[in-house]
Design a protein around this ligand. Structure first.
Ligand SMILES: C[S@@+](CC[C@H](N)C(=O)[O-])C[C@H]1O[C@@H](n2cnc3c(N)ncnc32)[C@H](O)[C@@H]1O
Length: 277
């Protein structure tokens, strides 16, 4: 496909649609990305060109809109990503919450194919092995994403060799996985049982999710404008219990976006503590 077929007007219209629909900001020079991500859809829906596909999206074809959003999200993830959040959970964070008399709730916002939510689950299960009386009121991990395809993978909890090879320690593999077929491993049912997965667009309301002790919102704010980041951080703060904890991605920060949190530097890593009201 030539650039002539994909004109600037359609690129700008599509960028505007995408930002309003899911917050993702494309910027000025991502024509190649849009072209390569939409190419399979143009074929799948038998559209005459990328311009025709975008016209249909802009006119409100919901199937084409959903497929475009699905195609434009970046779902890169791995087990125990950045390591330090899970080390900090292990010590000292989990023990701070382990004797409370209400369910311990963690939210993995923008969870992609589930590695983050299940890394949290495995970390808690390991902690419970050493502290048998901990979390007696129950544990609930909620994973959310905008991508139905990713949520489906989370619920299936089956991972191929490539996904397994990315960050999963051998011990966790043997303790928490079983063969699904010749090519995939599946998380054991007691790990799966700790997590629920729901469709949530971070631009919309999350009040239906209730309150959490800990929120992981990692490697998604980077795609959004400062204004959208501010709104999301505001809503996230409202979903945290007093004294609740927020983890962002290693390259993300709240600086200049919200005053609802205190930053706690650790060695290594950092997290954000919700300020008392
Ligand atoms: C790069 S992955 C991050 C996965 C995981 N949190 C991690 O750090 O490994 C970003 C995820 O954000 C999701 N996403 C993008 N825009 C979103 C939105 N507006 N609402 C909810 N999820 C969104 C994508 O579908 C994708 O799965």
């Amino acid at each position: 496909m030539t650039d002539k077929e994909f004109d600037q007007h359609h690129y700008v219209s599509f960028s505007y649609f995408l930002e309003r629909a899911c917050g993702i900001v494309l910027g000025d020079n991502k024509q190649y990305l849009v072209r390569s991500r939409l190419a399979p859809l143009i074929k799948q829906f038998s559209c005459a060109s990328i311009n025709a596909y975008i016209d249909s999206v802009i006119k409100g074809n919901q199937q084409h809109q959903a497929a475009a959003i699905e195609a434009m999200t970046t779902n890169e993830t791995l087990w125990f990503r950045d390591d330090y959040p899970f080390k900090l959970l292990e010590n000292p964070i989990l023990s701070q919450f382990s004797s409370k008399n209400k369910p311990f709730r963690i939210w993995s916002a923008a969870c992609s194919s589930g590695q983050e939510a299940y890394s949290i689950a495995m970390t808690i299960l390991n902690f419970k092995k050493q502290h048998s009386n901990s979390f007696r009121a129950g544990i609930e991990i909620v994973g959310t994403d905008i991508s139905e395809e990713m949520l489906q993978r989370c619920r299936t909890a089956e991972y191929d060799q490539l996904a397994i090879s990315r960050g999963l320690p051998e011990q966790f593999k043997s303790d928490f996985f079983e063969p699904a077929d010749n090519t995939k491993l599946r998380l054991k049912s007691h790990v799966k049982a700790l997590a629920n997965f729901k469709s949530i667009n971070l631009l919309e309301s999350y009040s239906s999710l209730g309150k959490f002790e800990i929120i992981f919102c990692r490697n998604v704010l980077i795609y959004f404008s400062p204004e959208v980041k501010k709104q999301i951080l505001q809503k996230i703060a409202a979903c945290l219990q007093d004294g609740g904890i927020l983890f962002l991605g290693a390259s993300e920060s709240i600086s200049g976006l919200t005053n609802k949190f205190d930053m706690l530097r650790c060695d290594p890593g950092l997290y954000y503590l919700k300020k008392p009201l």
